[in-house]
Design a protein around this ligand. Structure first.
Ligand code: ADP
Length: 355
């Protein structure tokens, strides 16, 4: 598998037309990330090298695409910088903690519709019910639906006083959790077209320009899959741990595997697997149990990756109904089977990081 050092070595063949020095040596290739099959390169060219920009971008792409396992190259261009700024740039991104936040837990899934947001919202509520100060950052740009799950669709978040960079977004407090959502930025029904650098700066705003009060946990609801948001986040803040939500179907395993591989490559610690929609117990026939979506998905994924299967959450009719009404099941019906599982999950997370 192509590594960052393979990519660096190959890219060191690109030369500055004037000095004939290679771009790595000059610090013009500022950051090289390889998350197979994608590679993301940050170029930081001094303004006097602007005339070479097109050629450098083309050569960078060509070189990386010549690796068999890379088929997507993204180039990020940093603002022009003076040459004195280009020395000793490290290829490792600096992780920057968010002031006041003790632990960040990311909730991910290989594909959409498996219940990732439902799990994120209910874990956040359960952590809050345990008396922990908890925030929820909905970073799912493709379907930011935590505001509707928490019934905050009508409210607009306020900002602090001040201007420009001094202003901070104030999270909305609901059911004891502090919510900030990408949904606050996106008009309903509008497609999301942010990619690469723009998305990166939006994510950073959501992390650092929010008036998070002191939090024990910030739960992040990631978009499904392995895209720019996951990479930007993992390279911005130290994530304490990621949870992967999957369903019992064996067919969805391939996407989940890709997700797990990405976190490993990004150096994010994995806490375990959560299998959602594991079984259905008809409310009028409590002794019957139906495995509607098959079985074994969560267990297989966990075993393959030597991770614990932390919970199996049943299909519950009231989970959908309550969620549609804007009340998470852990708040409206704390004694339901799934609420109990969410509570146990929250206790596990607490035990891992706080106790
Ligand atoms: P994702 O974030 O993975 O796209 P959502 O959390 O939005 O998925 O869930 C998709 C749909 O499935 C929602 O309508 C949600 O209410 C429903 N759902 C999620 N988990 C369960 C469950 N355990 N039982 C019943 N319905 C569920």
């Amino acid at each position: 598998m192509t590594s960052v050092s393979d990519a660096n070595l190959a890219l060191s063949k690109i030369l500055d037309a004037g000095s004939k020095k290679n771009l790595i040596e000059l610090g013009w290739i500022k950051n090289v990330r390889v998350i197979v099959p994608r590679s993301i390169i940050t170029l930081a060219l001094p303004s006097f090298a602007n005339s070479q920009r097109e050629r450098i971008v083309q050569e960078t792409k060509q070189i990386l695409l010549s690796f068999e396992d890379i088929d997507d190259v993204q180039i990020e261009l940093e603002n022009n910088i003076s040459q004195s700024d280009t020395k000793d740039e490290s290829n490792l991104p600096d992780l920057q903690k968010i002031k006041g936040i003790k632990h960040i837990v990311a909730i991910s899934s290989g594909k959409g519709g498996v219940g990732k947001s439902t799990v994120a919202v209910n874990i956040a509520c359960s952590l809050a019910q345990l008396g922990l100060k908890t925030g929820l950052l909905d970073a799912d740009i493709y379907g930011p639906n935590t505001p509707s799950m928490l019934g905050v669709t009508e409210e607009n978040p306020r900002v602090t006083e001040g201007t420009g960079n001094d202003q901070r977004l104030i999270p909305i407090n609901k059911y004891g959790i502090y919510l900030v959502s990408m949904g606050f930025l996106i008009e309903e029904g509008q497609p999301v077209i942010w990619r690469g650098p723009m998305l990166n700066s939006i994510i950073r705003q959501f992390l650092y320009q929010v008036e998070w009060t002191n939090l024990d946990f910030l739960v992040i609801d990631l978009p499904p899959g392995t895209g720019d948001v996951q990479i930007s986040l993992a390279q911005s803040v130290p994530i304490s741990g990621a949870l992967v939500v999957t369903t019992p179907q064996q067919v969805s395993l391939q996407d989940s595997r890709r997700g797990l591989a990405m976190f490993k490559q990004l150096g994010v610690p994995l806490l375990g697997v959560i299998e959602n929609m594991s079984f259905f117990i008809p409310p009028d026939m409590p002794l019957k149990k139906y495995e509607i979506f098959g079985n074994g998905g969560g267990e297989t994924l966990a075993k393959e990756n030597k991770l614990p299967l932390l919970a199996q959450i049943p299909i519950e009719i009231s989970l959908v109904n309550d969620s549609n009404k804007g009340i998470p099941i852990t708040i409206s019906e704390p004694n339901k089977e799934s609420s109990i599982r969410f509570k146990e999950l929250a206790q596990l997370i607490k035990k891992q990081f706080i106790d």
